[in-house]
Write a protein that binds this ligand. Sequence first.
Ligand SMILES: Cc1cc2nc3c(=O)[nH]c(=O)nc-3n(C[C@H](O)[C@H](O)[C@H](O)COP(=O)(O)O)c2cc1C
Length: 289
Amino acid sequence: MNQNITVGRLNLKNPVLLASGTVGYGNEIAEFLDLNKIGGIVTKSISLKPRAGNPPPRIVETASGMLNAIGLANVGLEKFITEKLPYLEQYDTAVICNIAASTVEEYVICTEQLAHQKRIDAFEINVSCPNVKEGGLVIGNNLEKVIEVTEKVRKATTKPLFIKLSPNVPNIADFAKGAVDAGADAVSAVNTFVGAAIDLRTRKPKLHNVTGGLSGPAIKPLAVAKVLEISRKHPEIDIIGIGGISNWKDAVEFILAGAKAVQIGTVNFVEPAAGIEIADGIREYFKNE
Ligand SMILES: Cc1cc2nc3c(=O)[nH]c(=O)nc-3n(C[C@H](O)[C@H](O)[C@H](O)COP(=O)(O)O)c2cc1C
Protein backbone atom coordinates (compact mmCIF):
# COMPACT_ATOMS: atom_id res chain seq x y z
CA MET A 1 0.00 0.00 0.00
CA ASN A 2 1.35 3.37 -1.02
CA GLN A 3 1.55 5.58 2.06
CA ASN A 4 0.60 8.60 -0.03
CA ILE A 5 -3.14 8.59 -0.10
CA THR A 6 -5.97 10.87 -1.10
CA VAL A 7 -9.00 11.18 1.12
CA GLY A 8 -11.79 13.51 0.12
CA ARG A 9 -9.51 15.26 -2.45
CA LEU A 10 -6.85 15.88 0.23
CA ASN A 11 -3.43 14.36 -0.44
CA LEU A 12 -1.68 12.94 2.61
CA LYS A 13 1.84 11.57 2.96
CA ASN A 14 0.45 8.83 5.18
CA PRO A 15 -3.04 7.97 6.47
CA VAL A 16 -2.52 9.02 10.11
CA LEU A 17 -4.01 12.30 11.32
CA LEU A 18 -3.98 13.73 14.84
CA ALA A 19 -7.57 14.24 16.02
CA SER A 20 -9.09 17.57 16.92
CA GLY A 21 -8.93 18.63 20.56
CA THR A 22 -6.10 16.31 21.52
CA VAL A 23 -3.04 18.17 20.21
CA GLY A 24 -4.04 21.83 20.49
CA TYR A 25 -2.87 23.67 17.41
CA GLY A 26 0.18 21.44 16.88
CA ASN A 27 2.39 23.29 19.34
CA GLU A 28 1.21 21.11 22.24
CA ILE A 29 2.56 17.91 20.70
CA ALA A 30 5.46 19.02 18.50
CA GLU A 31 8.09 18.48 21.19
CA PHE A 32 7.14 14.80 21.43
CA LEU A 33 6.61 13.91 17.79
CA ASP A 34 7.92 15.19 14.46
CA LEU A 35 4.83 16.60 12.78
CA ASN A 36 6.56 16.14 9.41
CA LYS A 37 6.18 12.39 9.83
CA ILE A 38 2.43 12.53 10.30
CA GLY A 39 -0.18 12.63 7.54
CA GLY A 40 -1.77 15.69 9.06
CA ILE A 41 -3.07 17.51 12.06
CA VAL A 42 -6.65 18.45 12.77
CA THR A 43 -6.65 21.61 14.84
CA LYS A 44 -8.77 22.14 17.97
CA SER A 45 -12.29 23.25 17.08
CA ILE A 46 -12.33 26.96 16.32
CA SER A 47 -15.38 29.14 16.82
CA LEU A 48 -15.99 32.69 15.67
CA LYS A 49 -15.43 34.12 19.17
CA PRO A 50 -13.16 32.71 21.90
CA ARG A 51 -14.87 30.23 24.21
CA ALA A 52 -13.99 29.45 27.83
CA GLY A 53 -15.67 26.05 27.67
CA ASN A 54 -17.51 24.35 30.54
CA PRO A 55 -16.63 24.76 34.23
CA PRO A 56 -14.52 21.98 35.79
CA PRO A 57 -14.48 19.11 36.47
CA ARG A 58 -14.49 18.49 32.74
CA ILE A 59 -12.34 15.36 32.41
CA VAL A 60 -12.93 11.97 34.05
CA GLU A 61 -10.89 8.83 33.56
CA THR A 62 -12.94 5.69 32.89
CA ALA A 63 -12.12 2.03 32.30
CA SER A 64 -10.13 1.99 29.04
CA GLY A 65 -11.12 5.51 28.17
CA MET A 66 -12.00 9.01 29.29
CA LEU A 67 -14.99 11.28 29.45
CA ASN A 68 -14.51 14.89 28.47
CA ALA A 69 -16.87 17.81 28.65
CA ILE A 70 -14.44 20.54 27.64
CA GLY A 71 -17.22 22.42 25.84
CA LEU A 72 -15.14 23.64 22.90
CA ALA A 73 -12.79 25.95 24.83
CA ASN A 74 -10.73 27.70 22.13
CA VAL A 75 -8.91 30.92 21.29
CA GLY A 76 -11.41 32.08 18.66
CA LEU A 77 -10.94 32.70 14.99
CA GLU A 78 -8.90 35.90 15.15
CA LYS A 79 -6.20 34.58 17.48
CA PHE A 80 -6.16 31.31 15.56
CA ILE A 81 -5.22 33.20 12.40
CA THR A 82 -2.67 35.54 13.98
CA GLU A 83 -1.11 33.34 16.68
CA LYS A 84 -1.73 29.65 16.02
CA LEU A 85 -1.78 29.07 12.28
CA PRO A 86 1.63 30.69 11.58
CA TYR A 87 3.28 28.13 13.89
CA LEU A 88 2.26 25.35 11.50
CA GLU A 89 4.01 26.99 8.52
CA GLN A 90 7.32 25.33 9.42
CA TYR A 91 5.85 21.84 8.93
CA ASP A 92 5.27 19.87 5.77
CA THR A 93 2.11 18.16 6.92
CA ALA A 94 -1.56 18.61 6.06
CA VAL A 95 -3.47 21.07 8.23
CA ILE A 96 -7.15 20.37 8.60
CA CYS A 97 -8.98 23.19 10.32
CA ASN A 98 -11.84 21.99 12.52
CA ILE A 99 -14.72 24.44 12.97
CA ALA A 100 -17.44 24.45 15.62
CA ALA A 101 -20.39 26.82 15.89
CA SER A 102 -23.69 27.40 17.63
CA THR A 103 -25.67 28.19 14.50
CA VAL A 104 -25.61 27.33 10.81
CA GLU A 105 -24.70 30.95 10.00
CA GLU A 106 -21.70 30.86 12.35
CA TYR A 107 -20.30 27.78 10.59
CA VAL A 108 -20.57 29.61 7.29
CA ILE A 109 -18.98 32.86 8.52
CA CYS A 110 -16.09 30.98 10.15
CA THR A 111 -15.40 28.99 7.00
CA GLU A 112 -15.60 32.11 4.80
CA GLN A 113 -13.15 33.95 7.02
CA LEU A 114 -10.67 31.06 7.00
CA ALA A 115 -11.12 29.90 3.41
CA HIS A 116 -8.24 31.98 2.05
CA GLN A 117 -5.68 31.00 4.66
CA LYS A 118 -2.94 29.27 2.68
CA ARG A 119 -1.83 27.03 5.54
CA ILE A 120 -5.26 25.43 5.78
CA ASP A 121 -5.47 22.44 3.43
CA ALA A 122 -8.97 21.26 4.33
CA PHE A 123 -11.86 21.88 6.70
CA GLU A 124 -13.47 19.49 9.14
CA ILE A 125 -16.85 20.66 10.36
CA ASN A 126 -17.61 19.53 13.89
CA VAL A 127 -21.36 19.09 14.00
CA SER A 128 -21.08 16.46 16.69
CA CYS A 129 -19.71 17.90 19.94
CA PRO A 130 -21.78 16.33 22.73
CA ASN A 131 -20.76 18.92 25.33
CA VAL A 132 -22.44 22.16 24.28
CA LYS A 133 -26.02 23.33 24.59
CA GLU A 134 -26.21 25.11 21.24
CA GLY A 135 -24.91 23.67 17.99
CA GLY A 136 -23.29 20.33 18.80
CA LEU A 137 -25.67 17.41 18.75
CA VAL A 138 -28.67 19.70 18.23
CA ILE A 139 -27.26 19.93 14.72
CA GLY A 140 -25.25 16.71 14.51
CA ASN A 141 -28.11 14.38 15.43
CA ASN A 142 -30.51 16.07 13.01
CA LEU A 143 -30.10 14.91 9.41
CA GLU A 144 -31.76 17.95 7.83
CA LYS A 145 -29.52 20.30 9.84
CA VAL A 146 -26.36 18.39 8.88
CA ILE A 147 -27.38 18.62 5.23
CA GLU A 148 -28.11 22.34 5.58
CA VAL A 149 -24.75 23.08 7.27
CA THR A 150 -22.88 21.08 4.64
CA GLU A 151 -24.64 22.74 1.71
CA LYS A 152 -24.01 26.23 3.07
CA VAL A 153 -20.41 25.65 4.16
CA ARG A 154 -19.69 24.02 0.79
CA LYS A 155 -20.47 27.35 -0.86
CA ALA A 156 -17.97 29.12 1.43
CA THR A 157 -14.85 27.20 0.37
CA THR A 158 -13.40 25.24 -2.53
CA LYS A 159 -11.04 23.36 -0.21
CA PRO A 160 -11.70 19.73 0.74
CA LEU A 161 -14.55 19.57 3.22
CA PHE A 162 -15.05 16.84 5.80
CA ILE A 163 -18.08 16.53 8.07
CA LYS A 164 -17.35 15.04 11.48
CA LEU A 165 -20.25 12.77 12.31
CA SER A 166 -21.93 11.99 15.61
CA PRO A 167 -22.01 8.31 16.57
CA ASN A 168 -25.03 9.03 18.78
CA VAL A 169 -27.51 8.27 16.01
CA PRO A 170 -29.09 4.97 14.92
CA ASN A 171 -28.45 5.58 11.21
CA ILE A 172 -24.98 7.06 10.72
CA ALA A 173 -24.82 5.85 7.11
CA ASP A 174 -27.73 8.16 6.23
CA PHE A 175 -25.84 11.09 7.78
CA ALA A 176 -22.72 10.21 5.77
CA LYS A 177 -24.71 10.01 2.54
CA GLY A 178 -26.57 13.23 3.33
CA ALA A 179 -23.30 15.09 3.97
CA VAL A 180 -21.61 13.82 0.81
CA ASP A 181 -24.65 14.51 -1.36
CA ALA A 182 -24.67 18.04 0.07
CA GLY A 183 -21.07 18.59 -1.04
CA ALA A 184 -18.76 17.07 1.59
CA ASP A 185 -15.65 15.36 0.18
CA ALA A 186 -15.40 12.89 3.05
CA VAL A 187 -16.80 12.11 6.47
CA SER A 188 -14.89 11.80 9.73
CA ALA A 189 -16.38 8.99 11.79
CA VAL A 190 -16.70 9.31 14.69
CA ASN A 191 -16.80 11.94 17.41
CA THR A 192 -17.22 10.86 21.04
CA PHE A 193 -20.13 8.83 22.44
CA VAL A 194 -22.32 10.46 25.11
CA GLY A 195 -21.45 9.05 28.53
CA ALA A 196 -21.64 9.85 32.24
CA ALA A 197 -20.05 8.79 35.51
CA ILE A 198 -21.44 9.12 39.06
CA ASP A 199 -19.35 9.76 42.16
CA LEU A 200 -20.37 7.28 44.91
CA ARG A 201 -19.25 9.64 47.67
CA THR A 202 -21.19 12.72 46.57
CA ARG A 203 -23.83 10.68 44.69
CA LYS A 204 -23.62 13.28 41.95
CA PRO A 205 -22.31 13.19 38.38
CA LYS A 206 -18.54 13.50 38.23
CA LEU A 207 -18.65 16.01 35.39
CA HIS A 208 -19.98 19.50 36.01
CA ASN A 209 -21.71 19.19 32.66
CA VAL A 210 -23.29 15.90 33.88
CA THR A 211 -22.61 14.12 30.57
CA GLY A 212 -19.47 14.08 28.46
CA GLY A 213 -17.96 12.45 25.41
CA LEU A 214 -16.46 9.00 25.84
CA SER A 215 -13.24 8.34 23.92
CA GLY A 216 -10.30 5.96 24.02
CA PRO A 217 -9.96 2.17 23.64
CA ALA A 218 -13.40 1.60 25.23
CA ILE A 219 -15.12 2.95 22.10
CA LYS A 220 -13.04 1.24 19.41
CA PRO A 221 -15.43 -1.64 18.60
CA LEU A 222 -18.36 0.80 18.57
CA ALA A 223 -16.50 3.14 16.22
CA VAL A 224 -15.39 0.32 13.90
CA ALA A 225 -19.04 -0.75 13.69
CA LYS A 226 -20.04 2.80 12.69
CA VAL A 227 -17.38 2.86 9.96
CA LEU A 228 -18.52 -0.55 8.70
CA GLU A 229 -22.12 0.66 8.66
CA ILE A 230 -21.17 3.55 6.38
CA SER A 231 -18.77 1.63 4.14
CA ARG A 232 -21.15 -1.31 3.58
CA LYS A 233 -24.08 0.88 2.67
CA HIS A 234 -22.09 3.48 0.73
CA PRO A 235 -18.74 2.05 -0.40
CA GLU A 236 -18.14 5.12 -2.58
CA ILE A 237 -17.88 7.47 0.44
CA ASP A 238 -14.41 8.43 1.66
CA ILE A 239 -14.23 7.80 5.41
CA ILE A 240 -11.72 8.98 7.98
CA GLY A 241 -11.99 6.45 10.83
CA ILE A 242 -11.72 7.68 14.43
CA GLY A 243 -12.30 6.13 17.83
CA GLY A 244 -10.08 4.41 20.35
CA ILE A 245 -7.06 3.78 18.14
CA SER A 246 -4.05 3.06 20.38
CA ASN A 247 -1.70 1.22 18.05
CA TRP A 248 -1.17 0.29 14.38
CA LYS A 249 -3.32 -2.83 14.64
CA ASP A 250 -6.30 -0.75 15.73
CA ALA A 251 -5.66 1.60 12.80
CA VAL A 252 -5.46 -1.30 10.34
CA GLU A 253 -8.84 -2.54 11.64
CA PHE A 254 -10.40 0.79 10.68
CA ILE A 255 -8.79 0.65 7.22
CA LEU A 256 -10.03 -2.91 6.71
CA ALA A 257 -13.48 -1.70 7.81
CA GLY A 258 -13.44 0.79 4.96
CA ALA A 259 -11.65 3.91 6.20
CA LYS A 260 -9.10 5.55 3.88
CA ALA A 261 -7.38 7.40 6.69
CA VAL A 262 -7.56 7.43 10.48
CA GLN A 263 -7.37 9.97 13.28
CA ILE A 264 -5.89 9.30 16.69
CA GLY A 265 -7.04 11.25 19.73
CA THR A 266 -6.93 10.02 23.33
CA VAL A 267 -3.75 7.99 22.73
CA ASN A 268 -1.88 11.27 22.22
CA PHE A 269 -2.30 12.01 25.93
CA VAL A 270 -0.85 8.64 26.92
CA GLU A 271 1.82 8.20 24.27
CA PRO A 272 2.37 11.42 22.35
CA ALA A 273 4.66 9.82 19.76
CA ALA A 274 2.16 7.06 18.93
CA GLY A 275 1.27 8.57 15.57
CA ILE A 276 4.63 7.75 14.04
CA GLU A 277 4.59 4.11 15.19
CA ILE A 278 1.05 3.79 13.90
CA ALA A 279 2.01 5.17 10.47
CA ASP A 280 5.03 2.79 10.35
CA GLY A 281 2.90 -0.18 11.37
CA ILE A 282 0.28 0.52 8.70
CA ARG A 283 3.02 0.82 6.06
CA GLU A 284 4.54 -2.50 7.12
CA TYR A 285 1.17 -4.33 7.20
CA PHE A 286 0.24 -3.23 3.68
CA LYS A 287 3.76 -3.29 2.23
CA ASN A 288 3.00 -5.84 -0.47
CA GLU A 289 -0.19 -4.17 -1.69
C1 LIG B 1 -10.11 16.14 25.49
C2 LIG B 1 -10.78 15.99 24.17
C3 LIG B 1 -11.14 17.12 23.45
C4 LIG B 1 -11.76 17.01 22.20
N1 LIG B 1 -12.08 18.15 21.50
C5 LIG B 1 -12.62 18.04 20.25
C6 LIG B 1 -12.88 19.21 19.49
O1 LIG B 1 -12.62 20.34 19.90
N2 LIG B 1 -13.44 19.04 18.26
C7 LIG B 1 -13.73 17.81 17.73
O2 LIG B 1 -14.21 17.72 16.60
N3 LIG B 1 -13.46 16.68 18.44
C8 LIG B 1 -12.91 16.77 19.68
N4 LIG B 1 -12.64 15.63 20.39
C9 LIG B 1 -12.98 14.30 19.82
C10 LIG B 1 -11.77 13.62 19.15
O3 LIG B 1 -11.28 14.39 18.07
C11 LIG B 1 -12.13 12.21 18.66
O4 LIG B 1 -13.15 12.28 17.70
C12 LIG B 1 -12.60 11.31 19.81
O5 LIG B 1 -11.85 11.55 20.98
C13 LIG B 1 -12.51 9.82 19.46
O6 LIG B 1 -11.19 9.43 19.16
P1 LIG B 1 -10.17 8.78 20.26
O7 LIG B 1 -10.91 7.66 20.91
O8 LIG B 1 -8.98 8.37 19.46
O9 LIG B 1 -9.85 9.87 21.23
C14 LIG B 1 -12.03 15.72 21.64
C15 LIG B 1 -11.65 14.58 22.36
C16 LIG B 1 -11.02 14.69 23.61
C17 LIG B 1 -10.64 13.44 24.34
